[in-house]
Design a protein around this ligand. Structure first.
Ligand code: AVI
Length: 347
């Protein structure tokens, strides 16, 4: 069973900070301490020593190099998700802002550099001042986000370098009494969670919200398999580099001796589970040492599973919403690259 990108870090205890402390200072100072080296080493050990299918958590794809490669993926002609997300936001931000109950707090889970969020924030801030909390484990992405979006009028940016739920827990401290909150979860990151974890995650988010608050969710939709495969196995090999960087990262940070030339990137579609899977296929029979810690053996053609990306139908999102304490108020769908944005209302 796959763990989600965020699931392994949610148990960390985060001290509560006062609103004054959180808002203190206008220079870039993210709050938090996202992912530890020890946790990374433990997760790698557990995933590679697993009986049967070996696996690595997809959250570890995003070190500095992986994040830069992911940024490159988002502009590849084959990868339509990010452009579809941006088109929908550009087209519907004003309509979305009108439906919201003048939120004074916007929290974005996995904001990255926040480039797509500008339209929503501008539409909301045109109606009333707003505090914006981007939550991300990447400090460099948060810094870009802070630099770009703190220029907007009537927007106060409070970056939180934390896992999604820890960040949201911290952000709700900034809520003004009697005012509503909007939580954004864009980019189809929910697709990187397995179904059980996705449901648990939405329920956890709902617990931190009040009735009437809004959750705006982007999800990639099911489409023709060749289009999906091409999106995850592009012709110039950026996604392959993104995937291979994970074992290169284990070499860099844990002293392993993976030989990258002995692995191939593979993207497959599981038609029953409706998910793209990324794997690293061993091209030969080999053994690999992970520092002085442990050694693994791989058969020729054995794979290490590195990511799942689930593809949905609109009705899947509406029923997931109902099961987790939300009402699906409206959905907008991009026609060019089937992709949905759903406005969920906490009930
Ligand atoms: C971040 N996430 C939504 C991307 C996806 O499409 O699942 C990650 C990705 N993996 C390969 N290409 C992009």
């Amino acid at each position: 069973m796959r763990a989600s990108a965020a699931s392994r870090t949610e148990s960390k205890v985060v001290s509560k900070m006062s609103k004054a402390e959180l808002l203190q200072g206008r220079s870039f100072q993210p709050i938090g301490d996202p992912l530890s080296h020890i946790e990374f080493a433990e997760d790698v050990r557990r995933g590679l020593l697993k009986r049967g299918q070996k696996e690595l958590y997809s959250k570890y794809l995003y070190d500095e190099i992986g994040s830069a490669l992911f940024d490159a993926i988002t502009v590849l002609p084959e990868y339509g998700l990010t452009r579809a997300d941006a088109r929908l936001l550009r087209r519907h931000s004003v309509g979305l802002a009108k439906r919201l109950d003048h939120p004074s707090l916007v929290v974005e889970l996995g904001s990255g550099s926040g480039s797509k969020t500008r339209w929503i924030l501008s539409a909301i801030a045109a109606r009333q001042p707003v505090t914006y909390c981007p939550v991300d484990v990447s400090s460099s992405a948060l810094e870009n986000c802070w630099r770009e979006l703190s220029k907007l009028d009537s927007v106060e940016v409070v970056p939180l370098a934390q896992s999604y739920l820890d960040g949201l827990r911290q952000a709700v401290e900034l809520r003004s009494a009697g005012k509503s909150m909007l939580v954004l979860f864009l980019g189809s990151t929910l697709g990187n969670f397995n179904p059980e974890r996705a449901e648990e995650f939405l329920s956890d988010v709902r617990q931190l919200m009040l009735p009437g608050d809004a959750f705006y969710l982007s999800t990639d939709l099911q489409k023709e398999i060749p289009r999906l495969i091409a999106a995850y196995d592009d012709s110039i090999g950026v996604t392959a580099a993104f995937n291979l960087n994970l074992i290169a990262r284990i070499n860099r940070e844990l002293g392993a001796n993976f030989d990258l030339s002995k692995f191939a990137h593979e993207a497959r579609y599981d038609n029953k589970a409706h998910r793209i899977e990324m794997h690293l296929r061993s091209l030969v029979r080999q053994s690999i040492s992970i520092g002085d810690d442990f050694t693994i053996k791989l058969r020729r053609d054995e794979t290490i599973w590195t990511e799942s990306s689930y593809k949905f139908r609109c009705e899947d999102i509406a029923s997931l919403a109902r099961r987790t304490g939300f009402d699906c108020e409206i959905q907008w769908v991009d026609e060019e690259w089937p992709f949905a944005q759903s406005l969920l209302r906490a009930v």
